[in-house]
Design a protein around this ligand. Structure first.
Ligand SMILES: Cc1cc2nc3c(=O)[nH]c(=O)nc-3n(C[C@H](O)[C@H](O)[C@H](O)COP(=O)(O)O)c2cc1C
Length: 311
């Protein structure tokens, strides 16, 4: 006998939430939602799954990017308003856009000295020159240069970076075969990654994940984490991650950003801070709207200085 009772209507809500999923995965999500709701209920010493527990459970189980799907069942009026706001973004006056910055680490000890002469490599995987990721990276670059570091910045989409072929030559431990794909990675990017002190990376969210240009770059970086390679990354480098997306929910794609932070760690970079830019709506599909928000640029500049302190 099931020892949990469910408040009326909630099981139907699970069915409605999971309706969009193809049958092959629907049961998995339904089971996760049920199990997690009952787990919270048990943790709270109860046997009745209430509406409140249920929605908390939904937000815990679904990645943040599923918010439209959740709102469709929980609050259709809010979803409609969000969708209308999204479609009317071209009418927003500069400075009124819902764009926000979320910094994952607090400001460092600003009395601490900033080390000089560090080598910073910055890469942007967005093709939108002057887009939001770009404006933020440029502000970080400015903070680094103003404070005595040397910065090189690249648009990954302008480099010749072919896909990894999976040949696994990089697993053989020979520096000369570090990668059999000959392009700008083998030509100079591996050298720059290898010799940098700090790494600034920025990417936009496309279809609820990092854009393809960044995913391809990270695949090609994998060879530097081979433990048998004489030329694996020397020590842990320090990183700063920038990610931007259009949906105003400030945690919508945190799971994607966390994945990137973990991947960087596996590739030999310890991320010291993350800047997430959300709600990038506005004229020209929100291109570069962050530059209309001096508070965001100020926070970014400070994060750049703190990043140098962490090197
Ligand atoms: C192909 C494509 C897919 C996108 N997918 C999403 C998405 O799933 N969620 C979201 O919030 N924004 C999405 N966006 C919007 C971008 O994340 C947003 O405009 C971002 O700020 C772009 O950064 P950039 O100006 O640096 O290129 C998408 C944009 C494009 C072009």
């Amino acid at each position: 006998m099931n020892k949990f009772q469910w408040q009326e209507g909630l099981l139907q809500k699970i069915a409605a939430l999971c309706e969009i999923f193809p049958a092959v995965i629907r049961n998995r999500w339904q089971d996760r939602l049920k199990y997690n709701s009952e787990k919270i209920t048990a943790y709270e010493g109860s046997s009745l799954v209430t509406e409140d527990i249920f929605w908390r459970s939904v937000y815990e189980v679904f990645p943040g990017g599923y918010e439209p799907l959740i709102l469709k069942v929980k609050d259709p009026a809010k979803l409609k308003a969000d969708m209308i706001a999204s479609r009317e973004q071209e009418n927003l006056e500069p400075g009124t856009e819902p764009v926000k910055i979320t910094r994952w680490m607090n400001s460092a000890d600003t009395a601490a000295a900033i080390p000089q002469g560090k080598k910073i490599l910055a890469v942007n995987s967005s093709k939108r020159t002057g887009g939001n990721t770009d404006v933020i990276i440029d502000e970080l670059v400015r903070a680094c240069k103003d404070n005595g570091s040397a910065v090189e910045k690249f648009y990954l989409g302008d480099l010749k970076i072919k896909p990894c072929t999976g040949c696994r030559a990089c697993r053989k431990g020979d520096v000369r075969t570090i990668c059999t794909v000959k392009d700008d990675m083998t030509e100079f990017m591996y050298d720059k990654i290898y010799s940098m002190d700090g790494f600034i990376m920025g990417f936009p969210i496309y279809t609820a994940r990092e854009n393809g240009i960044m995913a391809n770059f990270m695949d090609r970086w994998d060879c530097l984490s081979n433990p048998y390679l004489t030329r694996k990354m020397p020590g842990l480098k320090k990183g700063l991650v920038v990610c931007s997306w259009m949906w105003p929910n400030q945690i919508a794609y945190d799971n994607i950003v966390e994945n990137m932070v973990i991947l960087l760690r596996l590739h030999g970079v310890e991320t010291k801070d993350v800047l997430v830019i959300t709600g990038t709506r506005g004229k020209k599909h929100g291109k570069g709207v962050v530059k209309n928000h001096p508070d965001i640029l100020h926070t970014t500049y400070q994060a750049g200085e703190d990043f140098l302190r962490a090197l």
